[in-house]
Write a protein that binds this ligand. Structure first.
Ligand code: SF4
Length: 140
Protein backbone atom coordinates (compact mmCIF):
# COMPACT_ATOMS: atom_id res chain seq x y z
CA UNK A 1 0.00 0.00 0.00
CA UNK A 2 1.25 3.46 -0.86
CA UNK A 3 0.00 6.80 0.30
CA UNK A 4 0.50 10.17 -1.32
CA UNK A 5 2.55 12.30 1.06
CA UNK A 6 2.76 16.00 1.61
CA UNK A 7 4.87 18.28 3.76
CA UNK A 8 2.13 18.59 6.38
CA UNK A 9 2.30 14.82 7.00
CA UNK A 10 5.97 15.09 7.87
CA UNK A 11 5.82 18.34 9.81
CA UNK A 12 5.50 16.69 13.23
CA UNK A 13 8.34 14.22 12.76
CA UNK A 14 11.68 14.80 14.53
CA UNK A 15 14.56 15.89 12.31
CA UNK A 16 16.14 12.42 12.00
CA UNK A 17 12.81 11.00 10.95
CA UNK A 18 12.29 13.83 8.49
CA UNK A 19 15.59 12.88 6.87
CA UNK A 20 14.46 9.30 6.71
CA UNK A 21 11.11 10.35 5.26
CA UNK A 22 12.90 12.43 2.64
CA UNK A 23 14.98 9.40 1.69
CA UNK A 24 11.76 7.44 1.35
CA UNK A 25 10.46 10.23 -0.88
CA UNK A 26 13.64 10.20 -2.95
CA UNK A 27 13.24 6.48 -3.63
CA UNK A 28 9.49 6.33 -3.97
CA UNK A 29 8.55 9.81 -5.19
CA UNK A 30 5.44 11.25 -3.57
CA UNK A 31 4.14 7.84 -2.57
CA UNK A 32 5.00 6.70 0.93
CA UNK A 33 5.46 2.94 1.06
CA UNK A 34 2.99 2.15 3.82
CA UNK A 35 4.46 -1.25 4.32
CA UNK A 36 6.35 -2.08 7.48
CA UNK A 37 8.69 -4.53 5.76
CA UNK A 38 9.60 -2.04 3.04
CA UNK A 39 10.33 0.68 5.59
CA UNK A 40 12.41 -1.69 7.70
CA UNK A 41 14.44 -2.58 4.60
CA UNK A 42 16.12 0.84 4.73
CA UNK A 43 19.57 0.86 6.28
CA UNK A 44 19.62 1.76 9.98
CA UNK A 45 15.83 1.87 10.17
CA UNK A 46 14.16 0.07 13.03
CA UNK A 47 10.65 0.20 14.50
CA UNK A 48 11.44 3.47 16.33
CA UNK A 49 11.84 5.18 12.96
CA UNK A 50 9.45 3.15 10.81
CA UNK A 51 6.49 3.29 13.18
CA UNK A 52 6.09 7.10 13.15
CA UNK A 53 6.14 7.03 9.37
CA UNK A 54 3.48 4.34 9.34
CA UNK A 55 1.45 6.23 11.93
CA UNK A 56 1.86 9.89 11.02
CA UNK A 57 2.55 9.46 7.33
CA UNK A 58 0.25 6.55 6.52
CA UNK A 59 -2.40 6.73 9.23
CA UNK A 60 -1.73 3.13 10.22
CA UNK A 61 -2.55 2.52 13.89
CA UNK A 62 0.88 1.75 15.35
CA UNK A 63 2.52 2.89 18.57
CA UNK A 64 5.95 4.50 18.40
CA UNK A 65 7.92 4.03 21.59
CA UNK A 66 11.23 5.78 22.07
CA UNK A 67 13.10 6.39 25.30
CA UNK A 68 10.79 9.27 26.26
CA UNK A 69 7.56 7.33 25.84
CA UNK A 70 9.15 4.40 27.67
CA UNK A 71 10.33 6.56 30.58
CA UNK A 72 7.18 8.63 31.02
CA UNK A 73 4.68 5.77 30.86
CA UNK A 74 6.87 3.82 33.27
CA UNK A 75 7.05 6.67 35.78
CA UNK A 76 3.31 7.13 35.57
CA UNK A 77 2.92 3.49 36.52
CA UNK A 78 0.83 3.02 33.38
CA UNK A 79 3.07 0.21 32.18
CA UNK A 80 5.84 -1.73 33.87
CA UNK A 81 8.47 -2.78 31.35
CA UNK A 82 12.25 -2.90 31.31
CA UNK A 83 12.80 -1.83 27.69
CA UNK A 84 11.08 0.36 25.08
CA UNK A 85 10.26 -2.80 23.11
CA UNK A 86 8.47 -4.28 26.12
CA UNK A 87 6.72 -0.96 26.75
CA UNK A 88 5.43 -1.08 23.17
CA UNK A 89 4.02 -4.56 23.73
CA UNK A 90 2.44 -3.47 27.02
CA UNK A 91 0.90 -0.34 25.49
CA UNK A 92 -0.62 -2.42 22.69
CA UNK A 93 -2.63 -4.25 25.32
CA UNK A 94 -3.52 -1.31 27.59
CA UNK A 95 -3.79 1.83 25.46
CA UNK A 96 -6.91 2.51 23.41
CA UNK A 97 -6.09 2.28 19.73
CA UNK A 98 -7.40 5.79 19.09
CA UNK A 99 -4.30 7.11 20.93
CA UNK A 100 -1.70 4.86 19.32
CA UNK A 101 -0.49 7.36 16.73
CA UNK A 102 -0.62 10.44 18.94
CA UNK A 103 1.12 9.12 22.05
CA UNK A 104 4.59 9.61 20.57
CA UNK A 105 3.92 13.15 19.37
CA UNK A 106 2.54 14.08 22.80
CA UNK A 107 5.02 12.36 25.10
CA UNK A 108 8.31 13.04 23.32
CA UNK A 109 8.26 16.81 24.02
CA UNK A 110 6.81 16.13 27.46
CA UNK A 111 9.73 13.79 28.17
CA UNK A 112 12.25 16.26 26.80
CA UNK A 113 11.04 19.30 28.72
CA UNK A 114 9.03 18.16 31.77
CA UNK A 115 9.54 14.52 32.63
CA UNK A 116 13.23 14.67 31.85
CA UNK A 117 15.64 11.79 32.31
CA UNK A 118 17.42 13.45 35.22
CA UNK A 119 15.55 15.43 37.86
CA UNK A 120 12.13 15.67 36.20
CA UNK A 121 10.14 18.85 36.82
CA UNK A 122 7.59 17.22 39.11
CA UNK A 123 6.86 20.36 41.16
CA UNK A 124 5.30 22.06 38.14
CA UNK A 125 4.12 18.97 36.28
CA UNK A 126 0.48 19.16 35.13
CA UNK A 127 -0.10 15.46 35.78
CA UNK A 128 1.62 15.22 39.17
CA UNK A 129 -1.56 14.15 40.96
CA UNK A 130 -2.04 11.27 38.53
CA UNK A 131 1.58 10.08 38.47
CA UNK A 132 3.03 7.35 40.66
CA UNK A 133 6.55 8.75 40.08
CA UNK A 134 7.93 5.22 39.74
CA UNK A 135 11.72 5.28 40.07
CA UNK A 136 11.94 9.04 40.64
CA UNK A 137 14.43 9.67 43.42
CA UNK A 138 15.24 13.32 42.77
CA UNK A 139 13.23 15.99 41.03
CA UNK A 140 12.87 19.70 40.55
S1 SF4 B 1 5.09 14.04 38.13
FE1 SF4 B 1 7.28 13.93 37.68
S2 SF4 B 1 7.66 11.79 37.15
FE2 SF4 B 1 5.44 12.14 36.98
S3 SF4 B 1 5.09 12.69 34.82
FE3 SF4 B 1 5.33 14.60 35.97
S4 SF4 B 1 7.52 15.09 35.75
FE4 SF4 B 1 7.28 12.91 35.24
Amino acid sequence: MYRHSNKADLHHLPVSRKLFAREVGRRFGDALPCDRDVLLSFADVGPECANPVLGVGCGTPVISVDIHVHRVTGRWGYVKASTPEKTLAALETTLRQRYWIDINRLLVPFGKHVCTGNRPRCSTCPVLDMCQQIGVTDHR
